[in-house]
Ligand binder design. Structure first.
Ligand SMILES: *[C@@H]1O[C@H](CO)[C@@H](O)[C@H](O)[C@H]1NC(C)=O
Length: 237
């Protein structure tokens, strides 16, 4: 019995190690190139949370949540930014795995403008210039009419509400500009204290992992989604 327990413990430790190493497997004939990043957090239901926006419309769309940020809403619930009750789930914020690798979610466009073709696809971003050497695997959860081609708008709490001003004000009682500037969000790590506790780690990500570098450029390539991301959204490509 003891031996069995030890074996189980060793197996668990081994799996723990495995799941922390993200071997990004490129998707054959997937998208790649160079692009730009921006950041946002508008608290709205992301557009890949509508099944009709998925490549496989019978698939599970990205989870959206009620105002508490954690209770899942039905996929047919309207966005809080259009008068409904569906918000961005708080766990769709970025996480740092180590100082050179992170996981997160983005609104993205490859063609410029609203681009639903890649809802729930994953992309490995390799940061350039000041953040050279850092990589991030992101899942596309959202689109945006205000996005240019190859733009990755990283979902970062306190990153600016952008064009949709109703979500964070109804969910968290912020002014309609959200936290900080409507475009750009909070200006420093200490300003992250204005956010609810649950969103503060994601807010600080911009000043810790991303070192406060403003909108770094990237090269990108489409990769298989790690289960850590698809497990949070429930959506696969
Ligand atoms: C960070 O994590 C990535 C992905 O698992 C890994 O490839 C890399 O070696 C790690 N880097 C450090 C400095 O631990």
């Amino acid at each position: 019995m003891k031996l069995l327990l030890v074996t189980v413990a060793v197996l668990c430790a081994f799996q723990g190690t495995l799941s922390k190493d993200y071997h990004a497997v490129p998707v054959k004939d997937g998208v790649s190139g160079s692009g730009i990043t921006t950041h946002y957090w508008d608290c709205c239901k992301p557009s890949c949370a509508w099944a009709e926006n998925l490549k496989d419309t019978s698939g599970t769309p990205v989870a959206s949540c009620s105002a508490d940020g954690s209770t899942k809403t039905s996929p047919s619930t309207k966005s809080s930014c259009l008068g409904g009750g569906a918000y961005m789930c708080s766990n769709q914020q970025p996480t740092m795995v180590n100082s050179s690798f992170a996981l997160g979610f983005v609104a993205a466009s490859f063609s410029g403008g609203v681009d639903t073709n890649y809802c729930c696809a994953c992309v490995k971003l390799s940061f350039q210039d000041a953040l050279q050497g850092k990589q991030m695997i992101v899942q596309v959860t959202n689109t945006g009419g205000d996005l240019g081609s190859n733009q990755f708008d990283i979902a970062i709490p306190g990153g600016g509400v952008g064009i949709f001003t109703e979500g964070c004000s109804s969910q968290w009682g912020t002014p309609s500009n959200g936290w900080g500037d409507q475009y750009g969000g909070v200006g420093s790590e200490s300003d992250c204290a204005q956010l609810p506790d649950v969103l503060q780690p994601g807010c600080k990500f911009r000043f810790q992992f991303m070192e406060g570098v403003s909108n770094p450029g990237v090269t990108f390539e489409q990769v298989d989604c790690p289960s850590e991301l698809s497990g949070i959204t429930g959506c696969t490509y």
